[in-house]
Write a protein that binds this ligand. Structure first.
Ligand code: CP
Length: 295
C-alpha cells in the first residue's frame, strides 16, 4: 500500500502523472470517482487551507469526509494518537489525512492502518502536499520549463516544514534552491546556499517563496517584535522593483511581516492561485492513493 509521508514516496513520473490529473481537476467540476469512499481528517494542529482543501477535494470526487474535532475528542481524555488512529482504522476508512506536531509520527502510524495515510503537516519536517502544490504552481507558471530556475526561500527556514519539503522536491525538477534568513532561522545543514539578505540575490532569482515566522515552534524569543524581523525580511515592492519574479507563500501570511500589503495585491504574487491549485493537487493525490488501494 502506498502512503504519502514525504514527497520521496512518489517518483518523478508519478508526480507528473498526478499533475496531469490535477490539471484536469482545476476546472473544479464534481466527479464520482471516489463515490462510496470515506476519508477521515485528523488535524492535531490548526489549519485553514490544508484541511479545507482536503475536504473540498474529497467532496469534489464524490467521497464523504469525517473531520474529527480533536479538541473535543478522546485525545483530551489521554488517548494516544496510536490508539486514536487504530480505532479510526477499525471503522474501515479509505484514507486518513493527519496533521501533527511530531515530525516523525506519520511514518510510525503506517503500521497501524489498512488504508493510505496522507501527511498534512508533520512538525517542522514535512508538508508534502504543500510542496506538491508549490511545484505544480511553479511548473504552470513557467510552462513546464523549471530546469535551472532559481528559487529563494525566505524567512524561518529552520522550523518550516514547507521549506523542509520544498528543498527536497524542487531540485528533483531541476531547480536551484537557496535560503535567505537571519542566522537564527537558517537551515542547520550546509547543503544549500544561504544568504543574510534578499538584496544579495534578488537579481538572480526566478521565484521567491516567503515563509511565515513559526512562533509556535520557537523555544526562545529571537526578535523583540516581528517588526524588527520585517525590516529585513518582509517582501515589499522595493524588494522586487520591476523584476519579473514569481512570489509564493504557503499561508497564512503575516501581513507586512512576511509580505507587504502592496505586494499582496501585486500580480506577481500567486498565493491564491496556490490555494486553488492545492485543491486540484489534493484531488489527484486522494484519487491515486485510494483507487490504488481498492484494486
Ligand atoms: N499552508 C498551510 O499549511 O496552511 P494551513 O496551516 O492553513 O493549512
Amino acid at each position: 500500500m502506498q502512503h504519502l509521508i514525504t514527497t520521496a514516496d512518489f517518483t518523478k513520473e508519478e508526480i507528473l502523472e498526478l499533475f496531469d490529473d490535477a490539471r484536469m481537476f482545476l476546472d473544479m467540476e464534481s466527479s464520482e470517482v471516489l463515490k462510496g469512499k470515506i476519508i477521515v481528517n485528523l488535524f492535531f494542529e490548526n489549519s485553514t487551507r490544508t484541511r479545507s482543501a482536503f475536504e473540498m477535494a474529497a467532496k469534489r470526487l464524490g467521497a464523504q469526509v469525517i473531520s474529527l474535532d480533536v479538541g473535543t475528542s478522546s485525545t483530551k481524555k489521554g488517548e494516544t494518537i496510536f490508539d486514536t488512529v487504530t480505532n479510526i482504522n477499525a471503522m474501515k476508512p479509505d484514507a486518513i489525512v493527519i496533521r501533527h506536531s511530531d515530525c516523525n509520527i506519520h511514518s510510525t502510524l503506517i503500521d497501524y492502518v489498512d488504508c493510505p495515510i496522507i501527511n498534512a503537516g508533520a512538525g517542522k519536517n514535512a508538508h508534502p502536499t504543500q510542496a506538491l502544490l508549490d511545484l505544480f504552481t511553479i511548473i504552470k507558471h513557467f510552462d513546464g520549463d523549471t530546469e535551472g530556475k532559481k528559487v529563494a526561500i525566505v524567512g524561518d527556514v529552520r522550523t518550516s516544514r514547507v521549506a523542509g519539503s520544498n528543498k527536497r522536491l524542487l531540485p528533483r525538477f531541476g531547480m536551484d534552491v537557496c535560503f535567505v534568513a537571519p542566522d537564527c532561522f537558517k537551515d542547520e545543514s550546509d547543503e544549500f546556499k544561504q544568504y543574510d539578505n534578499i538584496s544579495e540575490i534578488i537579481d538572480d532569482v526566478d521565484v521567491v517563496m516567503s515563509l511565515r515566522t513559526q512562533l509556535e515552534r520557537h523555544n526562545e524569543v529571537y526578535f523583540q517584535s516581528l517588526n524588527d524581523y520585517a525590516k529585513d525580511y518582509c517582501i515589499t515592492s522595493e524588494t522586487f522593483g520591476d523584476r519579473d519574479i514569481l512570489l509564493l507563500h504557503p499561508g497564512p501570511v503575516n501581513r507586512n511581516v512576511d509580505i507587504s500589503d502592496e505586494m499582496l495585491i501585486d500580480p506577481r504574487n500567486k498565493i491564491l492561485e496556490q490555494v486553488t491549485n492545492g485543491v486540484a493537487v489534493r484531488m489527484a493525490v486522494l484519487k491515486k492513493l485510494i483507487l490504488q488501494n481498492s484494486k
